[in-house]
Design a protein around this ligand. Structure first.
Ligand SMILES: Cc1ncc(COP(=O)(O)O)c(C=O)c1O
Length: 440
C-alpha cells in the first residue's frame, strides 16, 4: 500500500490562505518565512516539515513552563476524563482562585474569564460601576487586548496628540475614543496634570506595570498610586504579561505597588484559555450576580467557559511549579545571560542596540539610547529589528520579529548559548545588509 505523503509547509500555507486569510492572530510572518507548527516540547517547536526551533514566542507568553510540561499534561488529562466544562463551580476553579489570592497582593476576590481582553474589558466596566464615572486613562503604546476601549493609541504609527488617542482599528465608534484619555508612559508630570484636570470624570487609570518591555521609571508607579488614591480613581494593573512572570506575585510584588484591581492571563493557566480579574473585595462585590435580584447595581460578568476546569487544572499545575524555590532566580539568571551576551555581541560590532524588558521578558531595540516611552520606540530602527528577527528565524529561533522575546523554565543554558551563536550570525547579516545598502 502506498502511503499518502504528508502535506508540506507550502501546501498548509496555501490552505491557510484560503480558509483563514493566512493567520489565526495578528502575528503574520512574510510568506518566505511563514511557519506552520506541528508540535512543541520544552523549549522547542517543530514545524510540519520537521524543522525545529528554540521557541521565544511561547504562545505569546503563556508557556512559562515550556511546551507540553508533564505536570500540565497530566493535570489536564485527568480533568478531561472527568468532564471538560460545567458552567458552574468546580474544585479546580475554587482552588485556583484561592491560590491567586495567596499569591497576589491586591487579590481579595477573583473572577474568571477566558481571555486577557475580557479581563481588562470587565476591569474597566467594574471601575466605572464602582466610581459612577465614565472615563479611563491609559498610556500610549500600552496593549490591553482588542476591545474598543483598549485599542486606543495602543500602537499608533505616529505619536498621539495627548490626551486624545487614536483608534488602532477601523470600526471603533468615535464615542468610545472620547471616553479614553491617553498619557505618556513614565512621564509623571504629564500624567499628574491630566489626572488633576479630569479627576471628576475618571473611573480608572490602567497600565501595564511593565509597559510591553518598557520598565517603569523609579517612582512612576508609586506616583500613579498616590494620585489615583487622592482622587478616588481606581488603579488597574494589567498583569496579563507580568503576572506570575516577573515574580510569583506579579509586577505588584516586584515593584512593591499595590493596585485596586489587576488582570491576569497567559502564564496563569500555562497555555489553556483562562484569565482573571483580581481585586479588593468591596469592588469585586459589584460583580455578584445576586445583586440584580436585590435591585442593586451589578457589573454583569459571565461567560460560557469562565473558570473552565481544564484550564483551571492547567493553572493549578503551573502555579505549583512556579512556587518552587529558585524558579524566578533561574528565569532572571538565563535572561541576564541572554541580555549581557547580546549587548556584548552588538558592542563588538559597533551596532547601537538596547535590550529592554525585565527578567524573562525581553525586547531587542536598535537605538542609540534606551527607550523610556512609546515615542522613543517609534524613533528606533524597527526595520532593522525585523530583519534581525527574520535572520534568527532562518537559523532556528522561533521569534516574532521586532517584538518581545519570552523565556521559560524549559530554556536551558545550552539553549541560551546556541541562541547567542545565532544572534551573532544574525547581527552579521544585519551589518552586511547595512554595508550593501551603503555601497549601493
Ligand atoms: C498586557 C496585555 N493585556 C491584555 C492582553 C490580551 O490578552 P488576550 O490575548 O488573552 O485577549 C494581552 C495580550 O497579549 C496583553 O499583552
Amino acid at each position: 500500500m502506498t502511503k499518502t505523503p504528508k502535506a508540506t509547509r507550502t501546501e498548509w500555507l496555501r490552505r491557510a490562505r484560503e480558509a483563514l486569510g493566512g493567520a489565526v492572530t495578528s502575528f503574520v510572518l512574510p510568506e518566505s518565512h511563514a511557519i506552520v507548527l506541528s508540535h512543541g516540547l520544552g523549549s522547542r517547536v517543530v514545524d510540519v516539515d520537521g524543522r525545529d526551533y528554540i521557541d521565544y514566542v511561547l504562545g505569546s507568553g503563556p508557556l512559562i513552563l515550556g511546551h507540553a510540561h508533564p505536570a500540565i499534561v497530566e493535570a489536564v488529562s485527568r480533568q478531561a476524563a472527568l468532564g471538560s466544562t460545567f458552567y458552574t463551580l468546580t474544585p479546580a476553579a475554587i482552588e485556583l482562585a484561592e491560590e491567586i489570592i495567596r499569591a497576589v497582593p491586591c487579590a481579595e476576590q477573583i473572577k474568571f474569564v477566558s481571555t486577557g481582553t475580557e479581563a481588562t474589558f470587565h476591569a474597566l466596566r467594574i471601575a466605572r460601576a464602582y466610581t459612577g464615572r465614565t472615563k479611563i486613562l491609559k498610556f500610549e503604546g500600552a496593549f490591553h487586548g482588542v476591545h474598543d476601549y483598549a485599542l486606543i493609541s495602543a500602537f499608533p504609527a505616529v505619536p498621539s496628540d495627548l490626551p486624545k488617542g487614536q483608534p488602532d482599528s477601523a470600526g471603533i465608534p468615535p464615542q468610545v475614543a472620547e471616553t479614553v484619555l491617553v498619557s505618556r508612559w513614565n512621564d509623571l508630570d504629564v500624567t499628574r496634570a491630566l489626572i488633576e484636570q479630569h479627576a471628576e470624570e475618571l473611573a480608572a487609570v490602567i497600565c501595564e506595570p511593565l509597559q510591553r518591555a518598557l520598565p517603569p521609571a523609579p517612582g512612576f508607579l508609586n506616583g500613579l498610586r498616590e494620585l489615583t488614591e487622592r482622587y478616588g480613581i481606581l488603579l488597574i494593573f494589567d498583569e496579563v504579561v507580568t503576572g506570575f512572570r516577573l515574580a510569583y506575585g506579579g509586577a505588584q510584588e516586584r515593584y512593591g505597588v499595590v493596585p485596586d484591581l489587576a488582570t491576569f492571563g497567559k502564564a496563569l493557566s500555562g497555555g489553556y484559555p483562562l484569565a482573571a480579574i483580581a481585586g479588593r473585595r468591596e469592588i469585586m462585590a459589584l460583580t455578584d450576580p445576586t445583586r440584580r435580584s436585590r435591585g442593586e447595581p451589578v457589573a454583569h460578568l459571565s461567560g460560557t467557559l469562565n473558570g473552565n476546569p481544564l484550564a483551571a487544572a492547567a493553572g493549578l499545575a503551573t502555579l505549583h511549579v512556579l512556587r518552587q524555590p529558585g524558579v524566578y532566580d533561574y528565569l532572571y539568571r538565563i535572561s541576564e545571560q541572554l541580555r549581557t551576551g547580546l549587548r556584548e555581541l552588538a558592542a563588538a560590532r559597533g551596532i547601537p542596540l538596547q535590550v529592554i524588558g525585565e527578567g524573562p521578558v525581553l525586547q531587542i531595540v536598535f537605538a542609540e539610547e534606551e527607550p523610556r516611552d512609546y515615542a522613543a520606540l517609534l524613533r528606533a530602527d524597527r526595520e532593522r529589528a525585523v530583519r534581525f528577527g527574520l535572520a534568527c528565524l532562518e537559523r532556528g529561533l522561533f521569534v516574532n520579529p521586532g517584538e518581545k522575546l519570552y523565556l521559560s523554565l524549559a530554556h536551558s543554558e545550552a539553549d541560551i548559548a546556541r541562541t547567542l551563536e545565532i544572534f551573532s550570525a544574525a547581527l552579521d547579516t544585519v551589518l552586511s545588509d547595512a554595508n550593501a545598502t551603503a555601497s549601493d
